[in-house]
Design a protein around this ligand. Structure first.
Ligand SMILES: CCCCC/C=C/C(=O)SCCNC(=O)CCNC(=O)[C@H](O)C(C)(C)COP(=O)(O)OP(=O)(O)OC[C@H]1O[C@@H](n2cnc3c(N)ncnc32)[C@H](O)[C@@H]1OP(=O)(O)O
Length: 436
């Protein structure tokens, strides 16, 4: 405060001084009139005087006061930004995540401009890539005033902190995060968002809530600052597929309504995998059943522990293939092998699934986590935009077809769920007459 004269009351003092001068000036004129003019004329002059007096007041307030108030506000803002600037400089050092080279260059340039003014350094040589990039960033700020650069720096750091904060809200290790998902654990670090199916006591069976949470987690992962997304399971299973108790919660509209709602949910769920924009990797840590197997055809890489098995017992359940597997499995493994899995329900070992192209690579269970994570961390360091664009080029060719297949599979299943074959299979499982 002390280093600045407080200008807040200047306009008011200025107005009163001005008015005082005007008042004495007009009084002199009016005294002259009083002495020499008639009473009638005098009252008109008094009215004129009052009118001019008020006008003077208003004009003075507008012309003098506002610029002064503005000046005062600007000076206050400059003072605030100097303090904020120092805070922002410290805040940058505490950022947990790398904001990326583009942002770092912007920060560097604004810092230099704010502290040293316009760039007056000699331009580094073409081969001195890093210093040249820094010089370019600083030089493009031209003659931007130091105060503006300071303010821009503060704004950039604050937007950076809030965006990194919101992306860290998906951290499962924190209290905030554990309340975010009931059936999943979601973490985001080293450029990798990891979605873990988390109902180990139920073999990670996918109940209605988990379908919705997976979709929510995928949508969040598609927008966060990670480069790749991983889906895995907690416990001894990757997933036992659709939770068969989903079929027991019948709405007032009866089984038809249930089948219709399930088809809508399934279509939306599979659609999220078709449209997911970043590289999506499955870490199949154990046995996988039903829909957790079929959607693997929509992943970009599938790494499996040698404990994993792949089982799609649709005929046993009176159901039919979903997850676009009626299309992707045929493309991946050819019609004969796909039929063995999807129609006859043949369970594949990890090695067999790898030989047929469904799995990218199999790892011994003892080293599975370590080996796969080392690989994933290396992948996550690749340029994220290049990975996303490459995936887009590959996926776009198929997207329309995949959505059409998804729609068709869901509509066939809607009918199947109403069949005796399906209802008996579900009842048998729930009454524990059968395990697959
Ligand atoms: C709305 C969209 C629909 C999308 C269409 C999707 C279709 C599919 O995914 S079809 C595949 C459906 N899945 C199954 O048919 C698997 C059924 N489960 C089993 O066969 C077995 O549980 C097992 C082979 C996966 C594991 O057997 P086991 O090691 O003997 O363990 P338990 O059977 O004792 O299971 C422990 C615990 O978990 C419950 N559970 C496991 N899987 C499911 C499931 N898919 N649905 C519901 N509940 C499941 C099991 O009931 C046990 O629970 P508790 O008895 O309460 O301990």
């Amino acid at each position: 405060m002390s280093d600045f004269p407080d200008l807040r009351y200047f306009p008011i003092w200025s107005c009163f001084c001005n008015l005082f001068l005007k008042l004495t000036h007009y009084l002199k004129i009016n005294l002259f009139h009083i002495l020499w003019k008639r009473t009638f004329r005098l009252s008109v002059d008094t009215l004129n005087f009052s009118f001019v007096f008020c006008l003077e007041f208003v004009i003075h307030l507008q012309v003098v006061s506002f610029p002064v108030v503005q000046l005062h506000m600007n000076r206050t803002a400059m003072r605030a930004s100097q303090k904020d600037f120092e805070n922002a400089v410290n805040q940058v050092k505490l950022l947990k995540k790398d904001p990326g080279n583009e942002v770092k260059l912007k920060l560097y340039a604004l810092y230099k401009q704010a502290t040293e003014g316009p760039c007056d350094m000699p331009k580094p040589g073409v081969f001195d890539l890093i210093n040249k990039a820094k010089w370019d960033a600083w030089n493009t700020l031209g003659t931007l005033p130091k105060e503006t650069a300071r303010q821009n720096y503060v704004d950039l750091v604050s937007s950076l902190s809030s965006s990194l904060e919101s992306s860290s809200q998906v951290e499962p290790g924190t209290d905030r995060k554990s309340t975010a998902y009931e059936t999943l654990m979601v973490t985001s670090e080293d450029g990798i968002t990891k979605i873990t199916l988390n109902r180990p006591a139920k073999k990670n069976a996918i109940n209605i809530e988990m379908y919705h949470e997976i979709m929510r987690a995928l949508k969040a992962a598609s927008k966060d600052d990670s480069s790749i997304t991983v889906l895995t399971g907690n416990g001894d299973y990757y997933s036992s597929g659709n939770d068969l108790t989903n079929f027991t919660d019948i709405p007032p509209g009866g089984v038809e309504e249930k089948a219709k709602n399930s088809a809508i949910l399934l279509r939306e769920f599979v659609g999220c995998f078709i449209d997911f924009p970043k590289p999506l990797i499955a870490m199949v840590n154990g046995p996988a059943v039903g829909i957790s197997v079929t959607i693997l055809g929509l992943f970009d890489a599938v790494y499996a522990s040698d404990r994993a098995t792949f089982h799609t017992p649709f005929s046993h359940l009176g159901q039919s293939p979903e997850g676009c597997s009626s299309y992707t499995f045929l493309k991946i493994m050819g019609p004969a092998k796909a039929t063995e899995m999807l129609v006859f329900g043949k369970k594949l070992t990890a090695g067999e699934a790898c030989a047929q192209g469904l799995v990218t690579e199999v790892f011994p269970d003892s080293t599975f986590q370590k080996e796969v994570w080392t690989r994933l961390k290396a992948f996550a360091k690749l340029p994220p935009n290049a990975m996303r664009i490459s995936k887009e080029v590959i996926r776009n060719r198929e997207k329309e077809k995949l959505h059409a297949v998804n729609a068709e599979e869901c509509s066939v299943l809607q009918e199947r769920w109403l069949s005796d074959e399906c209802m008996n299979a579900v009842v048998n499982f729930l009454s524990r007459k059968s395990n697959l």
